[in-house]
Ligand binder design. Structure first.
Ligand SMILES: [Zn+2]
Length: 215
């Protein structure tokens, strides 16, 4: 199965991708991992990506597409893969189609994790992390600590990461709307889109996704 996973920040995409890839016995290919692997291995594409990242610029599509192509040609991806974070705009989606076509392959489904925008903001902006251990995570509404601002586990001070502030989250959602959401229409037109609600327990969402994919 060749699947693309899309969804706004805060939809739990990374978590779902890992579970789905395991259930379907296909590799989980995330852009973040691709960048890290190419940079640490010092590949030509990795060097190019690093130069842009060091300058604070976005990595151009050609570089990302090149890394994705190399990864999809690895032996473990012969029978399928789950793409996470790629394509992130229509031009990357078109490049992916060209790439697959040239290899005599096509996508089987594009899984869209749907969440309410206000819910995403509430989920992320309410997150509080312990200064002693980033694995001690609380939420002001869904998992409040016993004492406000204090970690239940170790007594450390709880804080909100800069990335989690409401303004930052709204900005990331805005970028998602303008750049990534058009690919949803692009794949809908190809009859590949499968939309599932991404709210609730992680395992319920995985089950919903598996059921939808098996149809
Ligand atoms: Zn703690």
């Amino acid at each position: 199965m060749r699947i693309v996973l899309v969804g706004p920040p805060g939809a739990g995409k990374g978590t779902q991708a890992a579970f789905l890839a395991k259930n379907l016995s296909i590799p989980h290919i995330s852009t973040g991992d691709l960048f890290r692997a190419n940079i640490s291995q010092g590949t030509e594409l990795g060097k190019q990506a690093k130069a842009f990242m060091d300058a604070g610029d976005l990595v151009p599509d050609e570089v990302t597409i090149g890394m994705a192509k190399d990864r999809m040609e690895q032996p473990d991806a012969v029978h399928g893969f789950l793409l996470d974070g790629f394509p992130r705009n229509v031009s990357q989606a078109e490049a992916l189609d060209v790439m697959l076509q040239a290899a005599g392959m096509k996508l089987d489904a594009v899984l869209d994790l749907e969440v309410e925008e206000d819910e995403v903001v509430k989920r992320i902006a309410g997150r509080r992390i312990c200064r002693n251990d980033s694995a001690h995570v609380f939420h002001v509404t869904y998992a409040p600590p016993r004492a406000e601002g204090v970690c239940d586990t170790c007594g450390g001070e709880l804080y909100q990461r800069g990335d989690d502030s409401e303004d930052t989250v709204r900005n990331r959602l805005e970028v998602y709307h303008t750049q990534t959401e058009p690919i949803i229409d692009y794949y809908k037109a190809q009859g590949l889109l499968v939309t599932i609600p991404a709210l609730g327990e992680v395992s319920d969402v995985t089950k919903r996704a598996m059921d939808a994919l098996q149809k």
